[in-house]
Design a protein around this ligand. Structure first.
Ligand code: THG
Length: 381
């Protein structure tokens, strides 16, 4: 598509409390996730942002990680039915990465689940309409739950200096938050959920900024949070940022809708550890999943390192072939890695070819053929 075709902005493409700030910082483009704007880049190249993220601290508007809040007497029962991962031992204050399946064991989302209380959960979703799915299922089962999308706008603080920045704003307690745990901290008299997590392989935090009833001006409060963090980060070389494609691919973090879809089951996505076959609980897709567990899978997500000039971020999948021209997969996220000094990509690969070290051919969009090798995920250091 030509560079000067613009996406028409309308109310359906929702702005966030930070969009004004993001625009003031010179955002170059957006994508849309969960019907909400997600910045894709600023003034610097993806590569400059990658190096900055690996050494400093960045602030990301990830408000599009919408929360599906499930509360009430049947909340646990419903949430457990939505995932093959057992939540039996999940404690309040924990974050769990959970696959969500349809009746065919196809992936419909891969959110982060937060347990706020025994009868209160947030599902921090990737790009599909889980609010409707959960409501429909609860209605069908006649469960006693309340399901809403609360006014929560996650702001991510990512990078090795993230802890230092967070401590300066929220206090020493921040240091006690372990990976994939959260705590409730104070911000200007409001209670905010802060988790140690984020869509990168760097250290970092996600502030699930919530607008409380007595603050009807969401944007004003959001900008206050943004400005407070920004001012505290100036001496740490803070910059605005967004999920970085190089860092994400190197880290083997998959993107729903890009790297996997409803057509894929969780085993193909290397999510086996969240789908133990000895789980006793019932969940959507259980019968289909156990069939797949018994019969085995046909393809699996792998890393590919490939030669040739530095490729820009893939906008369309690149075919992966054998030397004889048999199609064995497609790279759905790919880019040049300045650390590995080769092009890298994520691809589902057919079973006969998924062994590590297997030689493959990557076909560029103009037809050019490049030599490549299958590698493990995350990419080796
Ligand atoms: N943060 C929050 N919500 C999200 C995302 C996020 N929702 C959408 C999307 N991202 C969900 N996808 C992922 C994928 C991977 C991880 C988080 C969200 C992740 N995984 C760790 C890993 O693979 O190393 C650890 C998983 C674990 O130990 O359970 O961080 O980024 N709020």
């Amino acid at each position: 598509m030509s560079k000067n075709i613009k996406l028409n902005m309308s109310r359906r493409i929702r702005r966030t409390p930070y969009t004004n700030r993001v625009e003031e910082h010179g955002v170059s483009d957006f994508t849309v996730v969960n019907h909400m704007l997600l910045p894709k880049g600023f003034k610097n190249s993806v590569e400059e942002d990658y190096w900055h993220l690996s050494k400093n601290v960045q602030m990301w508007d990830v408000s599009c990680q919408r929360q599906v809040q499930i509360s009430g007497p049947d909340a646990f029962k419903l949430v457990q039915k939505l995932t093959p991962r057992s939540l039996k031992d999940m404690e309040t204050g924990k974050c769990f990465y959970i696959p969500m399946l349809n009746e065919n064991a196809g992936m419909i989302n891969d959110p982060v689940l937060l347990k706020l209380d025994d009868d209160m959960f947030w599902i921090s979703i990737a790009d599909s309409d889980i609010l409707l799915w959960a409501k429909g299922y609860a209605l069908g089962l006649n469960l006693n739950v309340n399901i809403i999308e609360p006014d929560v706008y996650p702001l991510a603080i990512q990078g090795p200096k993230a802890e230092q920045l967070m401590v300066s704003v929220f206090g020493e307690e921040i240091k006690k938050i372990k990976f994939f745990n959260f705590r409730v901290v104070d911000f200007l008299g409001t209670k905010q959920v802060v988790a140690r997590s984020g869509y990168s392989k760097q250290d970092g935090f996600e502030i699930y900024f919530k607008v409380h009833e007595d603050h009807f001006n969401i944007t004003e409060m959001g900008e206050k949070l943004w400005d407070t963090l920004w001012d505290a980060g100036k001496n740490l070389n803070i910059s605005p940022g967004c999920p970085n494609l190089i860092d994400r691919i190197e880290g083997g973090l998959m993107s729903y809708g890009n790297d996997f879809t409803r057509e894929n089951n969780p085993l193909e996505c290397n999510l086996d550890k969240y789908c133990k076959s000895d789980n006793s609980h019932d969940f959507i897709g259980k019968t289909a999943l156990s069939k797949i567990q018994n019969h085995g899978i046909k393809q699996k997500m792998r890393g590919i390192i490939f030669n040739g000039s530095a490729t820009k971020a893939t906008s369309q999948p690149l075919k992966v072939l054998t030397e004889d021209g048999v199609e064995i997969g497609q790279i759905t996220s790919g880019i040049y890695s300045p650390r590995i000094k080769k092009n890298i990509g994520l691809s589902m690969i057919l079973k006969d070819y998924w062994n590590l070290g297997q030689s493959v051919i990557v076909q560029m969009l103009d037809g050019e053929k490049r030599n490549g090798t299958i590698t493990s995920l995350p990419f080796p250091d």
